[in-house]
Design a binder for this molecule. Sequence first.
Ligand code: GLN
Length: 199
Amino acid sequence: MSSNGHRVGVLALQGDFEAHARALALRGVSAVEVRTAGDLDGMRGLVLPGGESTTMLKLMEGSDLGDRLTEFVRGGLPVLATCAGVILLAREVRHPAQRSLGVLDAVVERNAYGRQIESAVVDLEVCDPDELGAERLEGVFIRAPRVRELGSEVRVLARRGDDPVLLRQGCLLAATFHPELSGGSPVIDLFVRNVRSGL
Ligand code: GLN
């Protein structure tokens, strides 16, 4: 546990949860690997990492982990979802359609940037530099989803061209890219600030 007691759960079923744990540790926050519903007890925040959303859903089958994650997100503590994590939380998933927890008011299309540019590092347009605490932002996209529709409660903090790629819905931050793979990403900094202030 970090000295101020800010323990953050990182969903660790599959995917790049270790990179998130390292990014948090560099900022003095202890990451706790979450594999069962009980692992979420006492967490002050939660990260849903990138990986393969279909596999994550499969690994959750038959347990109450999905319900507990939904409850946690609804409970209002800070949450950071990245890439497959955004797909898990979306209201609707297309291409192909799959189940989701439905707590982020967005429709997403999986693997929507085409084969040739499935993976790319892109300079993003920061829509709200004050909130992000940075004017510039890099996005590492790996077989990323594209946001097709957004609910009115969702704010866009950054775009890639016309596409919203960094979203905020209450205490939930959702990035279709991988901030944990960009050294010193302001997105992780913002999440950690939210954890420290309980926002
Ligand atoms: N394409 C993956 C999915 O559909 C997401 C990729 C990622 O998380 N980097 O779940």
